[in-house]
Design a protein around this ligand. Structure first.
Ligand SMILES: Cc1cc2nc3c(=O)[nH]c(=O)nc-3n(C[C@H](O)[C@H](O)[C@H](O)COP(=O)(O)O)c2cc1C
Length: 251
């Protein structure tokens, strides 16, 4: 049996390939968990910790240098290190089989997230679902669609304290024209008042699909700025092109 995955985009119905249908054996097992996250409120991942310690050492070295020389250049370095110190790249991404890229070891959004962290010096944290989505593309699509239809809020594996960050680069793949439901779980678990959110996504053709508006509605009190969308195939296979898009977006 053959099925065609179709996703609704801002410009209409977008067909995204066809693949052999596998009955969604995983969807029943995963189901649509709802309610509170299984997360511990503890700490960042080691990636975030490493990034954080890098950010703080950059901050102190830039500040020290400005104090010594008093030059405009050093002051600018200090300001940019200070900006990096309260910026966070927060993202969700899934490795495995995906649209147009085959089976990938690193998710498309993860590649873009790391480019942003590298360029800005921001800390980085990946939202992981408590229960992994199926590795297969079709099976994952089935589970994700069921979750969306049910308004599920799948638990995330580990929490991250975003309270000290002013600027958040929020990254996600487009799933059925929306954010993955587990991203909503994370967003709804935190206070976004006064923060600046810069959304970025990877996708199979739909672009941002109006997700900036969904983020604005979900994150009360935040200012949501213009988003960046990069095709997943570009992030995965044309890194220079993806990097150029990131650089242009960051300005
Ligand atoms: C469950 C699921 C639903 C998807 N829905 C859409 C969609 O509605 N529109 C679209 O353009 N791409 C869609 N895609 C493709 C992904 O957005 C695209 O492959 C993205 O780059 C994946 O990012 P990741 O590797 O970081 O998870 C979907 C992919 C999956 C697995």
């Amino acid at each position: 049996m053959v099925t065609r995955r179709s996703f609704l985009s801002a410009t209409g119905l977008l067909a995204l390939g066809s693949a052999a249908m596998v009955l969604p054996a995983c969807s029943g097992a995963r189901g649509a968990e709802s309610g509170a996250s299984a997360a511990s409120s503890s700490s960042a991942s080691s990636v975030a910790e490493a990034a954080s310690s890098t950010a703080s050492s950059e901050l102190s070295s830039a500040s020290a240098s400005a104090a010594v020389s008093g030059s405009a250049e050093s002051a600018a370095a200090s300001a940019s290190a200070a900006a990096a110190a309260n910026a966070l790249v927060l993202y969700y991404s899934r490795a495995g089989e995906n649209y147009g890229v085959g089976v990938i070891e690193e998710g498309n959004t993860s590649i873009v997230a790391k480019m942003i962290a590298q360029k800005t010096g921001a800390d980085i944290f990946q939202i992981e679902p408590a229960e992994a989505y199926p590795e297969g593309y079709d099976e994952c699509c089935d589970v994700a669609l069921a979750e969306q239809n049910e308004g599920a809020r799948p638990a995330f594996a580990q929490d991250f304290d975003i309270s000290g960050y002013q600027t958040i680069y929020l990254g996600y793949p487009i799933w059925w024209g929306d954010l993955p439901m587990c991203v909503y779980t994370f967003l709804e678990a935190h206070d976004w008042a006064g923060k600046e959110i810069h959304p970025f996504c990877t996708h199979g053709g739909s672009g941002l699909s109006g997700t900036e508006g969904s983020i604005q509605s979900t994150c009360a009190g935040a200012t949501v700025l213009e988003g960046l969308s990069i095709a997943g195939t570009t992030a995965q296979n044309s890194r220079d092109e993806a990097q150029a898009a990131v650089d242009a977006w960051l300005g």
